[in-house]
Design a protein around this ligand. Structure first.
Ligand code: ADP
Ligand code: MG
Length: 468
């Protein structure tokens, strides 16, 4: 029996259910049957979170169509039924099929036609309930260096063998360092080598939405069945299920069932299993049983290698000096690095100018400034916690011990210096503290930096880590 208890996973059911059926009633009276049946009937309400109604559609195509044609009407209907709903959002749950027989005609229909529903065959691929794979993310396009060679070797090993050598494979790193790329690469390679295997990739967030939706539509049996019948299951960004009790519990059961059947599981997260705060201990320790491989921040050589390979793919005329400059300057992560190169190529394209070191410096200056603006308080808290060897939760906690309180003050200080957040906003991000507390922290750190070389150095090290 699965009970959804955690507040972020499901809002209170009864009222939401009634509102949803009223919303559907409204739409039914506003549109003709054909439109209603094609577009609205297959929709499933997943949840209401922070005033946003989240609805699931079975296909991407359908989501796009709803977004561009009917979003306003649906939003309006929601507002009328329940004024606390101010926004709507569609997510794609591929393979999810609310009214089992009659859906999924929309994929092929560019516009709904009167006889479409009756005549078309349902082409739902039942084996496909994972997220789509990016064709660019393959092993061939993955550049290997010191920082990622362990993760790469482990990924290759899993992709090329049916036997399970370590379970799970746990990949972790900061953002933009290639976890998702490697997982997609495993899926591509594995599907090619063993076409009969059922390989499923999805994010932890999608896992949660599928789970919640199955509860709402009393379909947990088929949810369990489909997840227990895969040969290789990959769950990306597992940190998302922190503090989501029932999703964690369901994932734990799925995990155990698959391990028992000797099926391979691959999990990624932005930190090591033991650092997954808000995740039950039994799951954390289980996750560390297999092979834990982390991807380290990139080296200059790797960044240069990636840029060279990217230049080849783009077929762009970029001088080596420019690649070297980028590899030296954009150190935060690979996503930013690719972004910088794309931007420079696009800029040259638009301005019809050759790419030179000078033009790159100009464009990049803008980019680096934009990057500075994007630093978030969450990132600052994470970096400070890392630097002082604390838990991330210590940044929000009420603990006053100096070894916790001081780093927290440093984080508040950096939040003021590196983001555009106001004092009250910063206070809120630090466990709901008052703005006067933040102000006090900033003064204190400034004062200490004058007297205490250690603090001054700590602040500088973290600042540098953040601003790349
Ligand atoms: P993560 O999932 O760790 O946040 P991604 O896998 O999304 O990171 O990678 C971010 C971007 O950087 C992607 O476009 C990916 O292709 C690219 N990338 C990361 N590492 C490499 C690598 N070693 N070789 C080539 N491209 C890479
Ligand atoms: Mg990712």
């Amino acid at each position: 029996m699965n009970m959804v208890t955690a507040p972020h996973e499901e809002a209170t059911g009864v009222g939401m259910e009634a509102d949803w059926s009223n919303v559907l009633g409204r739409l039914k009276s506003e549109f003709d049957d054909n439109v209603f049946n094609s577009w609205f009937k297959p929709l499933a309400l997943v949840n209401i979170e922070n005033g946003c109604a989240i609805m699931a559609t079975p296909t991407r195509f359908m989501r796009n169509w709803l977004e561009s044609n009917y979003a306003d009407r649906i939003r309006c209907a929601w507002k009328t039924e329940n004024p606390s709903v101010t926004d709507i959002n569609f997510i794609v749950l591929s393979g999810f099929n609310k009214a089992k027989p009659e859906t999924a005609t929309a994929e092929e229909a560019s516009v709904p036609q009167p006889d479409r529903r009756k005549s078309s065959i349902i082409t739902q691929k039942t084996s496909e309930f994972g997220a789509p794979l990016d064709p660019r993310f393959t092993f061939e396009s993955f550049v290997v260096g010191k920082s990622n060679e362990l993760a790469y070797a482990a990924a290759r090993r899993v992709a090329e063998n049916k036997e399970v050598h370590f379970n799970p494979l746990f990949l972790h790193s900061g953002v933009g360092l290639g976890k998702t790329h490697l997982m997609h690469a495993i899926a591509w390679a594995n599907r090619e080598k063993f076409p009969d295997r059922r390989v499923v990739y999805l994010s932890a967030e999608q896992f949660m939405y599928q789970f919640i939706t199955s509860i709402r539509y009393k379909d947990t049996m088929s949810f369990k069945q489909k997840f227990r019948s895969v040969d290789l299951l990959m769950i990306d960004d597992l940190q998302f299920i922190a503090n989501k009790q029932s999703t964690q519990e369901e994932f734990f059961h799925t995990f155990n069932a698959l391990v028992d059947q000797n099926k391979q599981i691959i999990v990624s997260a932005d930190r090591a299993p033991s650092d997954l705060n808000g995740v039950e201990e039994r799951l954390r320790s289980r996750l560390a049983w297999g092979l834990v491989a982390d991807i380290h921040p990139s080296t200059y050589e790797l960044r240069l290698g990636i840029l060279q390979s990217k230049r080849e793919n783009l077929g762009a005329d970029v001088p080596n000096s420019v690649l070297e400059f980028l590899a030296l300057k954009v150190t935060s992560n690979i996503r930013e690095l690719e972004g910088a190169l794309n931007r420079i190529v696009a800029h040259a394209d638009v301005s019809k100018q050759e790419i030179t070191l000078e033009s790159t410096q100009d464009v990049l200056q803008e980019l680096l400034r934009a990057h500075d603006r994007c630093i978030t308080i969450d990132e600052i808290q994470r970096k400070v916690a890392e630097h002082y060897n604390l838990r991330l939760s210590d940044m929000h906690s009420a603990r006053r011990a100096r070894n916790v309180a001081r780093p927290r003050q440093v984080a508040m200080y950096l939040s003021k210096m590196l983001t555009a957040r106001s004092l009250p906003e910063i206070g809120r991000k630090f466990g709901g503290r008052d703005h006067t507390t933040v102000m006090h922290a900033i003064r204190k750190v400034e004062e200490l930096m004058g007297d205490d070389a250690q603090i001054a150095q700590d602040v500088e090290v973290v600042r540098r880590a953040l601003t790349g």
